[in-house]
Design a binder for this molecule. Structure first.
Ligand code: NAP
Length: 554
């Protein structure tokens, strides 16, 4: 063992040790990747993290109501029985603060923090062909080099603040949900405006409404939502979950989306109208993301989807008392679940409160932010003290592109992805040897309960690096042909579903002006994806070019 104390890749005397791997990001992905490379393979690895703590998305997203939509017993690492049995969740869905506590528990348990350099933002990474090493530059001007570069930057971590003219003139305060102040925001006595009604906005509205003097929600696209029915876990339920750890893990590994529930093997029109209604009602009462698992064809057949969509639109009309507001909320233009389906705690009910108002900015768009508030195209102005941007992220590619990665021949990742992201298995890009992208575009990632694809990716990358070391391989790189085949497969998988029909979704990059429209996640299902990745590895990493040390030296 090393005799000098190491801290985040720097020894006590300030010298940099020779690194095998640099991992960017200390969320679920980066933490597990560090554990695998350092503790399983014995590599010298370091994590560079912009924040001053672990947690990734859960470090930044501290907005009111922030909670995971995956059930707590499934939103955690599955690789260690010890971690699973020692940790106990308190609620059906874990809140942001509890997830952050969990991640610190894992980091401490695995002694990860000594190899994480916090407050270290990566601003550039360049591949040095002669040395076969990556040089990473930090915002502080330091450089670190390593053979392997692994991005663990998350899919939803590059905040999207829309460029609305006049924001700089606003005399009140404004916040983006993904960069929420740690000390919180006091809404009491304030006139609050919220832009955005995605999963985040739908969680924030009921909580902000509890203390704000008034809350005005600016809705561009109406959205479905199913109640979460969040509640504390009873002692019996906690016991049951502990007894069923192995079963839960098996289910999560076998389902297309990594959740601990199975999709029923029946179609919407296999049952008559009464039975279908009874099933939807039961799913609504159960709450959560498994609403869509009641039938197997909701995401495949538009007519089947219409049944689910109409049921959910009728629920909105039943809950919201003012018919005009109800109609604005139920005027949803895309099939159910073709955008990420939110779940909520009293979202629609909140519009029954007299101080909460919905403004439809599809029919009357936001024109400008003024010193006093928000002005619409019609000239209507809303005076506000605080604006909350629940406007989402430059998803999947934003967090990778802002790393300014340059590969072989000086070609940048943004040049390679000008027309949209292309890669192989979501894991590797031709021209960027030894660079691995955990949950990159083209992987199932965001269509799943995230810890499942993350664990699979990390383990696959670890096995791959282990293979390289055992077979004297210095560099691995996806071939252009394998990338082309994978991109075509990702497109086919998306087109087999209704998902591309939601033309304005962030899955397509449509929420960021100028971003190429490409369906980014792999919609073929996590279990299938896992099988493909295993097969690629079993065939000696088919589709990748491996360069041996002997060839490198020439
Ligand atoms: P989002 O789904 O992209 O929603 C952004 C919202 O802002 C949309 O309603 C969008 O309208 C609106 N918007 C954006 N720009 C606007 C503009 N210029 N004017 C008016 N409205 C504008 O972002 P999100 O809600 O932050 O969610 C992102 C993803 O994070 C989710 O889909 C989910 O995967 C993840 N998430 C998960 C959880 C969880 O597990 N609990 C919670 C929150 C988020 P349009 O639809 O018209 O573009």
């Amino acid at each position: 063992m090393a005799s000098v104390a190491m801290n985040g890749g720097i020894s006590a005397d300030g010298a940099q040790r020779k690194l095998d791997a640099i991992i960017i990001g200390a969320g679920f992905s980066g933490m597990y990747q560090l554990h695998c490379l350092r503790d399983r393979l014995g590599l010298n690895a370091v994590v560079l993290e912009a924040a001053d703590g672990v947690g990734g998305t859960w470090y930044w997203n501290r907005y009111p109501g922030a909670r995971c939509d995956s059930e707590s017993h499934s939103y955690c690492f599955q690789f260690s029985d010890e971690l699973l049995t020692e940790w106990e969740w308190s609620e059906r869905y874990p809140g942001q603060a509890e997830i952050l506590r969990y991640m610190n528990f894992v980091a401490d348990k695995l002694d990860l923090k000594r190899d994480i350099r916090f407050k270290t933002r990566v601003v550039g990474a360049r591949y040095d062909e002669a040395a076969n090493r990556w040089t990473v530059t930090t915002e502080g001007g330091e450089t670190l080099t390593a053979k392997y570069l692994i991005t663990a930057v998350g899919c939803l971590s590059s905040a999207n603040v829309p460029k609305i003219p006049g924001l700089e003139t606003f005399e009140g305060d404004w916040y983006h949900t993904g960069l929420w102040p740690h000390e919180g925001v006091d809404f009491s006595g304030k006139r609050v405006g919220q832009i955005g009604t995605g999963s985040t906005g739908i969680q924030a509205v009921p909580v902000i409404a509890q203390t704000a003097k008034t809350l005005t929600v600016f809705q561009r696209t109406a959205n479905y939502s199913v109640p979460a029915h969040n509640a504390p876990l009873s002692p019996e339920r906690k016991r049951e979950l502990k007894e069923r750890l192995a079963e839960t893990r098996r289910t999560m590994r076998s389902t297309p989306n990594g959740h601990p529930f199975v999709i029923e093997n029946r179609s919407v029109f296999d049952v008559d109208d009464d039975e279908r209604l009874r099933i939807f009602e039961k799913q609504w009462e159960m709450g959560g993301l498994q609403f869509r698992a009641a039938f197997k064809d909701i995401l495949l057949d538009k007519k089947a989807n219409d049944e689910a969509a109409n049921f959910l639109k009728n629920k909105i009309r039943q809950i919201v008392k003012d018919p005009e507001t109800a109609e604005k909320l139920a005027n949803i233009d895309h099939p159910y679940s073709t955008k990420r389906p939110p779940i909520d705690s009293f979202y629609f009910d909140t519009y029954n409160k007299p101080h909460v108002k919905l403004v439809d900015v599809r029919s009357d768009p936001i024109e400008a932010i003024t010193p006093k508030g928000i002005r619409l195209k019609s000239g209507e102005e809303h005076e506000l003290d605080i604006i909350v941007f629940a406007t989402g992220f430059d998803a999947m590619t934003g967090s990778l592109l802002r790393l300014n990665i340059t590969g072989r021949g000086g070609r940048t990742l943004s040049e390679s992805w000008k027309a949209g992201p292309t890669n192989y298995l979501g894991l590797q890009v031709s021209g960027f040897p030894n660079l691995f992208t955990i949950t990159g575009p083209g992987s199932p990632s965001v269509l799943c309960n995230m810890p499942v694809p993350i664990e699979q990716h990390v383990e696959w990358i670890t096995d791959c690096i282990d293979y390289m070391r055992r077979h004297d391989v210095e560099a691995i790189e996806a071939t252009p042909e394998a990338m082309d085949r994978w991109v075509a497969h990702v497109n086919d998988a998306a087109n087999a579903t209704l998902m591309p029909q939601a033309g304005h979704s962030w899955y397509l990059g449509a929420n960021v002006p100028g971003k190429p429209r490409v369906f980014m996640p792999y919609a073929g299902g996590m279990a299938r994806y896992r099988g493909i990745c295993d097969d690629v590895a079993a065939k000696g990493y088919e589709g990748f070019e491996m360069t041996r040390a002997s060839a490198m030296a020439k």
